[in-house]
Design a protein around this ligand. Structure first.
Ligand SMILES: Cc1ncc(COP(=O)(O)O)c(C=O)c1O
Length: 377
């Protein structure tokens, strides 16, 4: 059987990883400043993570959501230690799109409305309602177009207020920092006004923290900086350090009932173990502080490179903006310098999404390799 050919692939076959590095089948070493698209949080093959998953695998890896699973309760308790929204409830699923799909459904169950307000250049995943709320017609099938979604300019309060006046808004879904869209972040005023408009209009505020959450910005959630309390927060990516797991954090005002949401695999024993291991490592290695320190160091080093015109984003969710398209530079960084970086909708932006364990040595190496490749363009 042939693979369904939807991914343009680099001709690289990673076979192992350690910390901020991955290795191919010839033991060629690559510096990972992409984290497999913001997924690797505590680092490749972290010994605690590996040990905990191995131990759990030898006990039980899965049973259905029809029985007690104390690991789900342990994960909810642990998340409470990190999250500022202490009373939110946890629903576990398998991916970022599924988390957003459930968040949008919950909003609609809760207030009975169906029009979603989303933002231009946003990305929320590829399932039905999530993809409809994603500003990319290329990945939206005719089937998805039955969803009612209003798109506003990110950061434009006048447009948002107008949308609230014209439509019965069920939910507002936003990324605090747009990942795929190019690392844009609005002002605190903007997020705070979104929150107050949602309150005034009985709408649900959904923070998509799938990419920016779980410590990537140096705060546990990127929205914390703006002092808001979203009704629903979605998480995935860094949550499992590569093990597929997603979650929805739900305000106590939204009530659960049997059968309202459900999933076969969500919250399975291995997924919970992976995520518990991530949180344990984040606490014991003080990774939130580490993310901030390494971010400051990386930004200071990048500021010495004149070709970099702007630095966008926060923590270890950064974008380096050049005044030329970066596709060639990115390809050369991989092929000549063995450095993985990311791209975005902004063709001039090189995305930097390393594991949180990255150190001075790796950053110095990156700067040296970036400088040398800039000369070869
Ligand atoms: C902000 C955001 N939301 C949702 C998703 C979708 O997550 P997944 O690919 O796990 O479905 C992504 C993936 O890149 C994302 O960046």
């Amino acid at each position: 059987m042939k693979l369904f050919d939807v991914y343009p692939l680099y001709n690289i076959t990673p076979t192992s990883g350690k910390g901020a590095y991955i290795y191919d089948e010839n033991e060629l070493k690559y510096l990972d400043l992409y984290g497999g698209h913001a997924v690797i949080s505590v680092g490749h093959s972290h010994p605690t993570y590996v040990q905990k998953l191995q131990d759990q695998l030898s006990k039980i890896s899965f049973y259905s959501n029809a029985v007690q699973n104390p690991l789900q309760v342990a994960l909810a308790d642990k998340l409470k230690e990190f999250s500022p929204c202490k009373e939110h409830q946890l629903f576990l699923c398998n991916s970022g799109a599924e988390a957003n799909e459930n968040a949008l459904k919950l909003a609609s169950f809760h207030n009975g409305k169906k029009t979603v307000l989303a933002f231009k250049n946003g990305f929320h995943g590829r399932t039905s309602a999530a993809v409809a709320a994603t500003d990319n017609p290329k990945i939206t099938a005719p089937l998805n177009q039955q969803q009612e979604v209003v798109f506003c300019e990110f950061g434009n309060l006048t447009a948002v207020e107008e949308a609230f006046n014209q439509h019965a808004i069920c939910a507002v879904i936003f990324e605090t920092i747009q990942g795929v869209g190019g690392l844009e972040e609005a002002t605190s005023d903007f997020y705070q006004r979104l929150a107050s408009l949602c309150k005034e209009h009985n709408s649900i505020l959904i923070a998509d923290e799938v990419q920016s959450g779980f410590g990537r910005t140096g705060d546990f959630f990127a929205f914390e900086k703006h002092q808001i309390t979203p009704d629903i927060i979605t998480i995935a990516k860094g949550m499992g350090n590569g093990f597929p797991v997603g979650g929805v954090l739900i305000s106590p005002e939204i009530k659960a009932s049997y059968g309202l949401l459900g999933t076969t695999f969500g919250g399975n024993h291995l997924a919970c173990t992976a995520s518990l291991a991530v949180l344990e490592i984040m606490a014991s290695e003080n990774l939130l502080t580490q993310v901030q320190k390494m971010s400051d160091y990386l930004i200071a080093q990048v500021q010495t490179i004149p070709e970099v015109k702007h630095i966008k984003g926060r923590g270890l969710m950064l974008g380096l903006e050049f005044d030329f398209p970066i596709s060639k530079l990115r390809k050369q960084l991989i092929e000549h310098q063995q450095v993985f970086t990311g791209s975005s909708k902004n063709p001039h932006l090189l995305r930097i999404l390393p594991p949180y364990c990255i150190g001075h040595e790796e950053i110095d190496l990156f700067i040296q390799k970036l400088k040398s490749e800039l000369k070869n363009l």
